[in-house]
Design a protein around this ligand. Structure first.
Ligand SMILES: [Zn+2]
Length: 118
């Protein structure tokens, strides 16, 4: 029932988890379960941090340029895309990325799971 256990005790932990994200995609599974154990959260919670779906505003300063570009590409509305917004701070309230501020509440309505290939 509790699909979304997200019990990290502080923003610091969220940042720690984010900074330990693997450089290689193939390393993800093992490291993910290891961190999930260490912080007593679900592997989903860890993956969401790595994928910049949760704790967005906490971890924003730690994003690489490539990660920022990827998040802006998928997290901005059409209007902001037209305006070529290149900072998260400049996105408007209608942008999907701004629904991710703060802690997740467990709502699944904004939860999209789209894997990029390959
Ligand atoms: Zn916008």
């Amino acid at each position: 029932m509790l699909a979304y256990s997200f019990l990290l005790s502080s923003e610091l932990q969220a940042t720690e988890v984010f900074q330990q994200r693997p450089a290689q995609r193939c390393d993800r599974a093992a490291l993910c379960s290891e961190l999930a154990d260490r912080y007593s959260v679900t592997t989903t919670a860890i993956r969401h941090i790595w994928d910049r779906r949760t704790w967005v505003w906490t971890n924003l300063p730690h994003w690489t340029a490539a990660e920022l570009a990827a998040s802006l590409a998928e997290g901005t509305c059409d209007e902001c895309k037209l305006r070529k917004v290149d900072k998260v701070e400049d996105t408007c309230e209608a942008c999907p990325i701004n629904r991710k501020r703060g802690r997740p509440r467990g709502a699944r309505d904004t939860y999209r799971r789209q894997r990029k290939n390959p």
